[in-house]
Design a binder for this molecule. Structure first.
Ligand code: GTP
Length: 323
């Protein structure tokens, strides 16, 4: 009996500028979604056939190595560093020595309902060189847009001018690629696969896999909150000492709360201590302390203290922004 395993490359090297100043202290892939780091969640969600997750890292290398050192999350983790940020294509190419065949590639900040096994079946059946997950949006101008004909991607446009978009189908940041596509990427150079490689393969073995459900690029404060609530799903905390829970909420078991109302849509991280607070539609990261405040649509922490009402704010140890 022959067992075939596959590798998944997760692109986790970006600067996460849209989540600054939070990402000054925690690299985006290690930011938690419902109390589990984004990248760990992605690795755990991989279908069983993927036994190895290759993390393409530039910014945040030390933090990532420290986090995964000695931690068993059920798959082999290979961390592949880049001395210089190589862009999405260059980063994939940099992982080439670790792949053995058809490879899945993920943008590390995507949270979606995609069925990777179904996508893989289609990829094999069509004999594609590459299959791109596609998501339909009303305004595609900020994204990579494709023209899809009989399942094949015939044209690829990266962030087209408004009015010139080929369709409403956008690149959802999840790919299945044959090694020959990775071989097209020059090694050791900064290359965007979206701008420099996909347009060349369009019409020549590049297929689309439209899917429905949800798709969140969790890279902005609003979408990071949304991704948290999606990841929380229905697995909230039923009861917690010192908290009255409204709707769906998740409270880490180590949090110490007194006279608090939590929810709906609220996630309280480890080591948090709060008294007389109302927390709604917010994410409170580790070791935050709070007193006497109503907090709505906020991202707070880690290690931050607050004592006043807050809305639509991101507060980190390195500063705060409103959004
Ligand atoms: P912003 O700075 O807020 O746009 O976030 P970002 O740095 O994550 O950029 P973007 O969201 O466009 O990147 C998409 C995905 O590719 C993310 O998962 C990034 O981590 C990853 N990525 C972008 N550039 C690089 C790179 O040069 N090297 C590696 N390894 N990954 C990258």
């Amino acid at each position: 009996l022959q067992c075939i395993y596959m590798e998944a490359i997760i692109l986790v090297g970006g600067l996460g500028t849209r989540l600054r100043p939070l990402t000054h202290t925690i690299p985006k892939p290690l930011l938690p979604l419902a109390n589990v780091p984004m990248v760990e969640r992605m690795v755990k969600n991989l279908p069983e056939i993927f036994d190895t997750a290759i993390l393409a890292v530039n910014y945040g290398l030390n933090e990532m190595e420290t986090y995964f050192d000695g931690r068993d999350i059920g798959k082999r983790i290979v961390i592949v560093p880049e001395d210089e940020p190589l862009g999405t294509g260059g980063a994939m190419r940099n992982c080439f020595d670790y792949i053995t065949g058809t490879t899945a590639v993920f943008n590390g900040d995507v949270v979606s309902s995609i069925n990777l096994e179904k996508m893989l079946k289609q990829h094999v059946k069509t004999g594609a060189k590459g299959t791109l997950a596609l998501w339909e949006v009303d305004d595609p101008s900020r994204f990579g847009v494709v023209e899809l004909k009989n399942g094949q991607i015939t044209q690829f446009q990266e962030k087209p001018e408004k009015g010139t978009e080929l369709s409403n189908l956008i690149n959802a940041g999840t790919y299945l690629l044959e090694p020959e596509i990775l071989e097209m990427i020059p090694s050791g150079k900064k290359i965007s696969i979206e701008r420099e490689i996909y347009p060349k393969v369009a019409g020549n073995g590049l297929y689309g896999f439209p899917f429905e459900g949800y798709f969140i690029d969790s890279g902005t404060p609003e979408s990071y909150l949304e991704a948290n609530f999606k990841s929380l799903g229905k697995n909230g905390t039923a009861a917690h000492k010192g908290a009255s829970i409204r709707g769906n909420a998740l409270i880490h078991e180590s949090a110490k709360l007194k006279d608090c109302i939590i929810g709906s849509d609220a996630i309280i991280g480890p080591g948090v201590e709060m008294e007389k607070c109302v927390i709604r539609k917010s994410v409170i990261l580790s070791n935050v302390s709070g007193y006497g405040s109503v907090v709505e649509e906020c991202i707070i922490g880690p290690d931050v203290s607050f004592e006043n009402d807050l809305t639509r704010s991101l507060i980190s140890p390195k500063g705060a922004i409103s959004f």
